[in-house]
Structure formats: structure tokens, C-alpha cells
Ligand binder design. Sequence first.
Ligand code: ADP
Ligand code: MG
Length: 813
Amino acid sequence: MQKETKSTTKNNPKLNKSNKPQNGKKKIKVFTKKKKAKTPESKLIQELQEKYDAIDLSAVTSFNDIPLSSQTMKGLKKGGYTKPTEIQLQTLKQSLKGEDILGAAQTGSGKTLAFLIPVLEILYCHQFTRTDGVGAVVITPTRELAYQIFEELRKIGEFHEFSAGLVIGGKDLKFERERMDQCNIIICTPGRLLQHMDENPLFTCDNMKVVVLDEADRILDMGFAETMNAIIANLPPIRQTLLFSATQTKSVKDLARLSLKDPSYVSVHDNKEFSTPTSLQQSYMVCELHEKISVLYSFIRNHLKAKSIIFFSSCKQTKYVYEIFCKLRPGLSLMALYGSLHQLKRMEIYQQFCNKTHAVLFATDLAARGLDFPNVNWVVQADCPEDAETYIHRVGRTARYHRGGESLLLLLPSEIAMVDELQKYKIPIEKIDINPDKLTNPVRKMEAYLAKDHELKDTAQRAFKSYFKAVYLMKNKKIFNVKILDTTAFAHSLGMAIAPRIRFLERLVRKDGLNVNDGEHKFIENPPQNKVIKFESDDEDSVPKTVTKSKVKQSTVTSTSTSKLGDDSDEDDDDDMLQIKRADHDIEMPENLEELTITGRKKNKPLTKAALAKKMLNKQIVPNKKITFDDDGEVIPDGTKQKQSGLAQEYENEDEGGINIEKAKAILREEDQYDKQLFKEKVKAKKREVKRKLKEQKKANKVDEDEGVDDFGSDDEEGSEPDLSWMPDPDKLYGPAADEEDYNLATYESEEEEEIAPPPQIKTKKRKSKQIDEDTSDKEKTKLKAKKKMKLDNVSALNVNEAEELAMMLLGK
Ligand code: ADP
Ligand code: MG
């Protein structure tokens, strides 16, 4: 077996054979087309295939009793595998014969080999070579799991000639693209596979013989639905399909999508007493939310010689607890694995934790499925899993392949119903109590660290919020009730002095007439279910994207729909495994959905000027305010920006909300007088200035044609305005009432609109333009037009007074 990066020629016995020296000369054959006619190998294959039917499962004591190719046998031996596990034994016969399989077996029972062995054998029997392209595709939900399977394949496939590729997000797409068509076996995550299907013209699955879905129930649930439907559409209809999981899907709908042919459902734990490994000792502890941190800290301090995984419901919590516990230095290695980490970091942490004997890994459900960390002693679930299946996969990280292990589940008093759920799933779990003597509360130290480290404080706040979001988004409302949680106590337990606001929760609680911080435990029945939440994530913090039910129905999935995915596209795939089952949850949504997004930004709504203005008004920000002082240090009032009339000033000092149209009209009339006065003064000053300039010009006797252009340019200079005193008074021409009405209406409406409506004066200006043409000399017209254009371009940026002043200038007497 070669990795996709290596050339196969080196280990290819056929090519080596042809390169043997003949008559002292080295004959080099660049390419040998494999003859598919009778060869000794094809005879061997035929013999193997004939033995499949005769396999006697009860007589099998080792892999030698199963008709497997010598290459696979050598690989198994080298990997240290001699005896097949139950799931391997029960499925190999059918899978070797080419049947579709639905395999269910407890965590750590050897499902990986149960599909890798048939994959190798099927390609061997088809005599696949590099030139035959992709023969098998193994799809897994996470990159780490894909990597683990790839390593296992390299181990047992070493003596085969096939090439294999690990196709996961976060890696060099171009590098993968160039080699994809040369791979016989591809181990991949769904997003990245689809990306290649869509974007890579060299990649085709036309010759594919077998597709494997590891953690099949996860791959087939709503979280991957769109991607998987598109992938399935690209697979050849005639193929073998193998599905494996500890919690197998039996949904007819899922299986129909895969068009399985008469699949064999093989479950080795259906008849067993328990659905979790017997070597696993499971317990739960009831504690309040604010006690969790001290329980976890005490657990770590009391298990310094163990290897443990602690699961949280969100990335942000995982990050915070990891960071603050690192500062507390409990006395062993701490690590954290969650979806929002960079891929290389994820891989590094995965490897590091594999190699450690004593360590704690804080993780999200990214690490819940499939990962085979060696010798994990403890699995602690700091946050209640969303369902029994998630519980099974989390605890399955310990007690693997006949080894022992222990698990601890922390439940809030309100989550106690989870125990019944677990028992329904044949999960034996015992209650244990907190030993107060062994409890250490690190909260004082945490407070001190947060006080001096603002970044850490931010992380704490995000962790705090993300916990409530995660609880809110859980489907089973009988177990998860976000409204009754004591936010203040929880914030203190995380080291924060005050609890950050959680707006969506406040709204929810307000709706129910509860005070969010009163800590009152009151059970609230399931809320009305009217919206569907869809999750998108490059962060596992349950980033919900709301879609109405009808939208979900409408969304037809084509492979091209995802073709725009970037390099990290299947980050989603990997990371929304936490949310996958929640994807089709019916959850009551708060009115303001953007509250639930990670960034807190409205994702679909552009930030309009009006929204920005509103925000600034709310925060009482005065942008670019210019204050002029006189020689005595007194403020010179800016007549153009500040209200002059007594009535207007009185109005401005009022605290009342809303707009009183009548009062506003009266104010405008009063303000108009001041504005006219101001304008007259300006015009007079302008006239004087023009006269002075003319005099100077005459004196200098230097008038030339180009000066008009310079004049035009000088319009930009501060204080220089064109002489508009000749223009007619609009009030006299059109009467004041009409303009006033327009004006008021427009001002009022702009409050409601998303974008700031341009002031109505623009219309009026158009009406006057003819008049201007008649009375102006050409040179002045050019000047005026340019000036107007400039002003109009910026008109939406002017405030009411400025706009009015502009209009007055243009329309002035
Ligand atoms: P699952 O997928 O069922 O959770 P894995 O395939 O990850 O389990 O296997 C769990 C562990 O069991 C791995 O460490 C693997 O190497 C080991 N294992 C699997 N099959 C065998 C076997 N036949 N003999 C010995 N060890 C095995
Ligand atoms: Mg597995």
C-alpha cells in the first residue's frame, strides 16, 4: 500500500520484474499494461472467491480460517491481528461476497477492520492498479477519524499494490487534486470529497466498486444530508455499500437514499444485555451548574495518574476551561481538541494525546466518534450529551477492545431525566455522590487570573454564553431547560464578577414572566415548535442558521451548490457533528435570531446607514463634532448645525421619544427665519468678497480665459461659495406650505426606512434648473452645475439643516 504521495513503481513487483537486467543490459519498460487475462494471480483470486460460501463462522478461530489474499494476511499479521473480533467475523462472509452491509457493534469492537479487509479484498479481486482509478471510498465524519482509518489501512494494506489517499479539509487542495485520480482507495470527509467531485475534472468515481460509511448514522443524518445526497448522485449505481456504526441507522429513509440492495443487518450487541462495553464502569453525579468547575478541577487533581477525556457542549467552553485550568496548574498535561482550532493544531493535539500516558483532553463532540486514543482510563461528560447515542459514543473513547475504563456523567438536577433515557438504551449507569472532602474550589484563583487578563475574561464570557446557547439548542426539552438555569451563580463559578447579558435568554424568560437571574427553578413545558434551525459551523458552538420549514423543503441539492467551498470547506462537515442531530430539531426561536450567531452579527442583513445612525443615536455618539471657540474661550454657536430658536432648544431638551409633527412644523418655521438671516449674511459677505476680488483683478490687469477654470477649482476652498444672490426665492415662487409638507413627511419616513432617504430638496432643485439656465452666463452655469453636482453627490450625507442650507443657496433670491 502506498500513500498518495509516493510512487508505486518502487514497490511494484511487476515493474521491478520488467526492469531486471537481461543479457547484461538493463531493459527499461516505462509502462506495462496489466494483462487481465489468465495469470496465476487471477487463478488465486478465483480460488479465494470459491471459498467464500464455504466459510463456517463457528469454526473460525483466526484470520487464517477466512479466505483472504496473502497480502492482506501478511498485513494483518504485521499489525498484530490474529483473531477476528465478533463484528469482523459476522460481516466478513457477506462483505467478501459483495453484499451490502449494515454493521452495528459496540464502540471499540473492531469495526474499522470489518470494512478495511473487504475493501482490500474486493479491489484485489478486481485486480485494481493505479491506472484503474478510484475503486473504494471510505467516508467518515471527522478529519481525525479519517486520518486514523488511513493509518490503519496503511498498516494492513502494506503488501498490496494499491495507492491510497487521505482527502480531508484543511490540507493543500491542489496537492490532493493532482493525485486524486491515481488513488485506488480514498479515505475522506464528505465536504472535501464533494469539493473534488465538483471542482476536479480529473476525479471520477465511475470505476468505484465499494463505498463505506463509517459512523454511518452520523453521516446520514441531517447535518450531512445535502452533501451526502450530492455525493451519492455522483457514485455509480452499481456498487457495494458498507455502513458501520455503534449506533446504526435503521431508518428506511436513510437506506433508500443509498439504494441498498438487500442489505444484511448485522448487529452484535442487539442480543447483548448492554449496548456499551461490559468492561466499562459508568456512573453519574448530580451537581448544580455552579459546582461543575470545582467538581472537574477536583476530579483532575484526584486523577493525576490517569488519561482522561472531558467533554463539553461547545468549543468556547472547552477553550476557556482548558486555558484557565492550564493557569491553575493541576499537575498533569492538559490539552484541548475542538473544531475551531487550525487543522494542523488539531492533528498535533490528536497525536500528542495518543502518545501520552497521563493527560487530560478537553474536547467537544468532535472527539466523540470513532477516535481510538490508546489507553484512555476516564471519560467525563461535563455537559449532558444531547441524547443517548452521543453518550454511547463519548464513553466509547474508553474501554476499547476488551480494555477497562470508567465514565462519569455530570447532570444538573433538571437533567436527571437523562438517566431514564440511558436505561432505555440498555446502558448500565450508577449514581455516585460528591465527596465534599475531596472538593477543591479554584474560583478565587480564577477570579484573580480573569482580573489581570482581559483576553481570558473575554474567553470566559464567550464560554458562559455558548453554554446557554448549547443548552437552548438541545432538542429534548424535557431534559434541557435553559430558562431555569442560574446564570449569576454559573458566571461566578467561572471566575466572573458579573454575569454577561444573554439577550435571547432574557427575552425568553421575559416572555414567561421570570427574572433571568432569580435562580428560580420552575419547569416549563415544551415551547411551541414553529421554526427549524439549521446549523452551520466552523465552530461547534451551535451556530444556528434559521431556515423556515418551507425553505428546507425547497432547497434542492445539486453538487454544484457546494462547489464554491473553499479549502476549509468541510470544516463544516467535521465540526457540525455536534449539531447534526439537532439539525432538524424543532426549536422555538427568539424573535431576534442574530442573537444566536457566534459573532452576534446579522449575517444576512447588510449594515445600512440607517442602522448605523440608529446605533450611534442609541449610544449618543456625536460624530466629527467641531466646536469653535472665540478669543475669550467661549463657544461660538454654529448656526448651521444648532437650533437657534427658543422653541427648538426647548424641544431638544425634552426627553420624550417619538416625533410631534405639529411641533416640528412650528420649530421649522421658527428655524427658517434664523436660517434666512444667516443666509443673507453669508450672501452679503460673499458679494463683498467677489467685489474685492474683481477690484484686485482689474488692478492687476491680468484677466485671462482660463481663470474660470481656476475659479471653479477654488470652489473647494473653505468659505468660498458662488454668488447665488440673483436666484429667486422658492417661497415666493411655490409657496412655503408645499415644501414644508414634503419636508416633514420625508423626515418622518426616513426613520422607518432601512436606508436614509435623500432629502426632498433634490426634487425642488430639479424644478428650478430651467430658471437657472435662463439667467446665467455660460461660465457661471458651468461653475454652478459643477458645484451642484458635488453637493448632490454628498447630499445623503448632509443633515437636515445642511441640506436645507444647500437648497436655499441653490434657490436663494
Ligand atoms: P470501533 O470502530 O468498533 O470503535 P476500532 O476499529 O477502532 O473499533 O478498533 C478498536 C481497537 O481494537 C483498535 O485499537 C484496533 O486496533 C483493535 N482491534 C480491532 N480488531 C482487532 C483484532 N481482530 N484483534 C486485535 N485488535 C483488534
Ligand atoms: Mg470506528
